[in-house]
Design a protein around this ligand. Structure first.
Ligand SMILES: CC(C)(COP(=O)(O)OP(=O)(O)OC[C@H]1O[C@@H](n2cnc3c(N)ncnc32)[C@H](O)[C@@H]1OP(=O)(O)O)[C@@H](O)C(=O)NCCC(=O)NCCS
Length: 128
């Protein structure tokens, strides 16, 4: 589903829930929104959103145009069904189409939801 500005509140809420056990942080809504929309690396075409049948946003992958995955969050009730992996592959396809050879991201070494395993599974390599 393409990103819509009207989804920003729901996306922010999902990030808050998704990072509640750690793994990342998200500022208060107005600060987050201003920073996101005001960043020269922001591209609305690189905010990949998954909604359920009721239209509730279940997962989001927000990338910077510099081929960097900024936030990847799946709602706790929608995890372990392959959404995280599917979103990453979707991002890789988009960046390949844009001519990128490498996609970067940062992950905490002790990410509590096993994000490092996911990244390794899709072929990402740890760099210093
Ligand atoms: C990390 C995160 C994005 C993964 O999302 P996800 O949708 O659960 O990811 P996937 O379903 O693709 O894979 C997760 C696990 O489920 C397993 N899985 C996938 N589909 C499955 C299925 N149908 N049945 C059983 N297990 C399945 C995968 O093998 C994987 O197993 P692992 O724990 O051994 O790695 C999610 O846990 C999350 O939002 N975490 C909090 C935010 C965060 O820390 N994000 C990363 C910031 S760097």
């Amino acid at each position: 589903m393409p990103f819509a500005i009207t989804d920003m509140s729901a996306i922010h809420g999902l990030l808050r829930v998704g990072y509640s056990l750690g793994g990342g942080r998200v500022p208060a809504f107005e600060e987050w929104k201003a920073a996101l929309l005001g960043d020269s690396d922001f591209d609305p075409a690189l905010v990949f959103v998954v909604s359920d049948a009721q239209g509730v946003i279940a997962a989001v992958c927000q990338c910077w145009a510099s081929a960097f995955v900024k936030d990847l969050v799946v709602h706790p009730s929608a995890r372990r069904q392959g959404l995280g992996e599917a979103l990453l592959h979707h991002a890789f396809v988009e960046f390949t189409a844009r001519g990128a050879n490498i996609v970067d991201l940062k992950v905490e070494i002790d990410n509590p939801t096993g994000a490092r395993r996911l990244y390794e599974r899709v072929g990402m390599k740890e760099v210093a």
